[in-house]
Ligand binder design. Structure first.
Ligand code: SF4
Length: 399
């Protein structure tokens, strides 16, 4: 039988800043009343951001998918094409990538997230060439991209160590790692959904190397592919252990599995209820990670808005382009005004942030809200046969 008094006492300790154990986190995740969980997580957020606790942030960015060709064949992925599938596979040229960067700058975006398959020919040199070209053309754009899986892959292709790969792409212009590819870090669920990816331990090891070299990252978790509650908690425990040593994870971003067009075929999915509980547990358990991101792309806007009351301090990004989770069925779209409204109606003051979470613009007065109806999230089109990228946007010359 659940001892509510014992659970409340753990919640009180966490709310006051005490560290909770993995076992306590699992107990809270399974049994604590939802509102009590949210209240404790919100207390932690308010204390951490005392003075700016009335603010919730968002960022304007663009995902740039450079290829869908991938040798790793993750079972949850609806985006990739096997190298032999020449009909489905595509790669994007540097000119096209630079044009997308130009549009990002034109629309007030501050960050690009390079995201793509593990192409059998793309070693460190490919990323060096592309990152240095982007930085040369748009030094103001932050390249917050890739993750440990891409590092492992490119290092193998180029025959160098992960450390050397990171040093070289950092020198070429990579600012920080987006932390994709974490999926589920514990061995059983990771093998079940991404058998060809590096182990969770190796993913963390590469992030630790990056942090040691001064390249910070965010961290992510894919929820709802059949993992147990204990495995979810183990995932965040592995992140907390690494973070105790490095301090290099800026944020934790859970998101939910989308069931269309992939080999898992929608057997399981995390509910909004489970998602909100995870946001709250993350805020309580990850006492060494500053930012907890509420997402709206996979869980929906209302769930994202609610997350701001369960410990999240950030509502993620207006993605001017997104293809990866959209290919698996994420249908939610938004725009800058709507994100600002969602935050404001959650009782918080919206602020556009930088990659490093500094506030760039605080939208104190609704009368001064930015008006640009081109700042809209899209599925771009090159994942869709015959499409063109953002035909409605003015193209900017990169010359
Ligand atoms: S998730 Fe990434 S690594 Fe896995 S198959 Fe898709 S593109 Fe490849």
């Amino acid at each position: 039988m659940t001892d509510l008094a014992a659970l409340q006492s753990v919640l009180d300790r966490a709310a006051e800043g005490g560290r909770i154990t993995k076992e306590e986190a699992l107990d809270l995740y399974r049994h604590a009343p939802l509102h009590a969980l949210g209240q404790a997580a919100d207390a932690v957020r308010r204390r951490r951001y005392a003075g700016t606790e009335h603010i919730a942030t968002y960022i304007i960015e663009r995902n740039i998918n450079y290829t869908n060709v991938c040798v790793t064949a993750c079972k949850f992925c609806a985006f990739y094409a096997a190298p032999k599938d020449t009909k489905k596979g595509w790669t994007r040229g540097l000119d096209d990538i630079l044009r997308r960067c130009a549009e990002t700058v034109e629309l007030g975006g501050t960050q690009v997230m390079f995201q793509g398959g593990h192409h059998p020919d793309y070693g460190v040199e490919y990323y060096e060439e592309h990152f240095s070209a982007i930085k040369k053309a748009f030094p103001q754009l932050v390249i917050h991209s890739l993750g440990a899986s891409e590092v492992e892959h490119m290092a193998r292709i180029s025959g160098v160590s992960a450390e050397e790969a990171i040093k070289r792409i950092h020198a070429a212009g990579l600012d920080s790692f987006a932390g994709a590819g974490a999926e589920l870090l514990p061995e059983r669920p990771r093998k079940a959904i991404a058998p060809l990816k590096e182990s969770g331990e190796r993913w963390l090891e590469i992030m630790e190397i990056a942090h040691g070299l001064g390249v910070e990252s965010t961290s992510t978790m894919l929820m709802g592919t059949g993992e147990t509650n204990a495995e979810r908690i183990e995932h965040i425990a592995m992140i907390r252990d690494t973070q105790d040593r490095t301090g290099g994870f800026r944020a934790f971003i859970p998101y939910t599995y989308q069931p269309e067009n992939n080999h898992l075929k929608g057997r399981t999915q995390a509910t909004v209820f489970e998602y909100l509980r995870m946001i709250a547990i993350a805020r309580l358990f990850l006492d060494n990670v500053a930012h907890i991101q509420g997402s709206w792309l996979t869980v929906g806007k209302e769930a994202g808005q609610l997350a701001l009351h369960y410990g999240a301090d950030d509502l993620g990004s207006i993605m001017l382009e997104e293809n990866v989770v959209s290919s698996a069925g994420a249908k939610h779209r938004s725009n800058r005004q709507e994100i600002i409204d969602l935050i404001r109606k959650a009782g918080r003051v919206p602020a556009q942030r930088a990659t490093t979470y500094e506030h760039l613009v605080v939208h104190e007065d609704p009368a001064n809200d930015p008006v640009d109806d081109r700042v809209v999230s899209h599925i771009s089109s090159t994942a869709i046969e015959g499409g063109t990228a953002h035909p409605e946007l003015k193209l900017i010359s990169t010359n």
